[in-house]
Design a protein around this ligand. Structure first.
Ligand SMILES: [Zn+2]
Length: 390
């Protein structure tokens, strides 16, 4: 018997799967689930040697992808810290983090396989399922209540950025993890588990699903948000619902995240064409912050443009708040996306750009919007001229 204490970064776990041993040049993925950055502590009393490989699920993604909200660690290349602090959203994350871990611990019987099932496999399975669209990827919201809205938003983005049939947007839901056939399918195709081991794991899954009202219902199990170079965007219900919980209209959250991910698709489309002051997508705090803030800038431009989502001021306030909320203070992390102030400032600068073009309603080229961001970049990073909401 030995005691261990584990500190877990959910999102890093999820992300690790996408990034498994891929060549950076071939692997850009933006991972919005990293928005969470939540850490959870579990105190596990026993570690029986089950013989099962805890890293049993592997998934190698082809093509470029960028991590949107990853929480890696690279203190050597840390960006200079600036004014920063926790937002109410962090409190929401902490609440669901506690709910999940407390529930898990209340039903945990000391079998470490259950731990890896719930905190590794479940995240991997739901990410793989959404990425490939194996099941439940064609609707949005737990009951499909945002499907129509997302279809309209997708069409709007296609028209606005002139990107028809280039991007596939997929949903992610906790209910997917209640389907034993789906779990079996993923184990069979993405793991080295034997048939007997798979049956054993499915038994464990049934056990945990039945015993806990957080497994798999907790929103973290559907908290992915990412864009991949091969034209996929995944947005989980849980990511949206947790962000909406701070008081933002859920539709504003859906369209803000979608527009941000689409911003990454614009970057991918122009990979090697757009010039940047620092290399993009090289997985350092500076690089990630830059491409993330640009995606926020694109979002502000699209959402408020009168040929885009035509947001009125009330909705503008909502999306600016959304980007403030998801800012982070992980200055030393390769997944640093910008502070709350910087993220809101970048979204607002995009809004200002759209406003300045309202006279003729012209949509600037992707290159021109990129150039405008680069011009504003220093001010976004260092400026104190952020908007006055909050
Ligand atoms: Zn992003």
């Amino acid at each position: 018997m030995k005691n261990i204490s584990k500190k877990i970064l959910f999102t890093t776990l999820a992300l690790g799967l996408v990034m498994v041993s891929c060549n950076k040049e071939e692997n850009l993925t933006t991972e919005e689930s990293q928005i969470t950055g939540v850490s959870a502590k579990a105190s596990l009393k026993t570690l029986p040697n089950s013989g099962l490989n805890p890293n049993r699920i592997t998934f190698k993604q082809k093509g470029l992808s960028t991590k949107d909200f990853s929480i890696g660690s690279s203190l050597i290349n840390a960006v200079d810290p600036s004014e920063c602090g926790d937002t109410p959203f962090r409190g929401v994350l902490a609440k669901y983090d506690d709910l999940l871990f407390n529930s898990f611990l209340s039903v945990y019987d000391g079998n470490i396989d259950g731990y890896f099932l719930v905190f590794y496999d479940y995240f991997a399975i739901n990410q793989i399922t959404a990425y490939f669209g194996f099941k439940n990827a064609d609707y949005f919201g737990a009951n499909g209540e945002y499907t129509q809205y997302m279809k309209q938003s997708t069409r709007s983005l296609e028209n606005f950025w002139d990107m028809h049939d280039l991007v596939q947007v997929r949903g992610q839901h906790t209910a997917t993890l209640e389907d034993p056939d789906l779990l079996r399918f993923i184990y069979e195709n993405f793991s080295d588990a034997s048939e007997a081991e798979i049956n054993y794991l499915l038994g464990l899954a049934a056990q945990y699903n039945a015993a806990s009202d957080q497994i798999p219902e907790n929103p973290f199990f559907a908290s992915d948000g990412f864009a991949s170079f091969d034209g996929k965007i995944v947005i989980g219900d849980g990511l949206v619902s947790m962000l909406a919980e701070v008081g933002i209209d859920p539709k504003v959250v859906w369209s803000s995240i979608l527009a941000h991910e689409w911003g990454h698709q614009v970057q991918f489309l122009n990979y090697g064409v757009f010039a940047y002051p620092i290399p993009p997508f090289i997985d350092t705090p500076e690089s990630t912050r830059m491409t993330e803030l640009e995606a926020d800038f694109f979002t502000g431009y699209y959402l408020t443009h009168k040929r885009g989502a035509t947001y009125n001021w009330k909705r503008v306030e909502g999306f600016l708040q959304a980007f403030f909320e998801i800012g982070d203070c992980y200055f030393g992390s390769n997944g640093h996306h910008g502070t709350p102030i910087q993220r809101m400032a970048s979204a607002e600068m995009g809004y200002e750009l759209a406003k300045s073009a309202q006279k003729n309603g012209k949509i600037l080229s992707q290159q021109a919007v990129h150039d405008a961001f680069i011009n504003a970049f220093d001010e976004i990073i260092n400026g104190s001229s952020g908007p006055n909401i909050q």
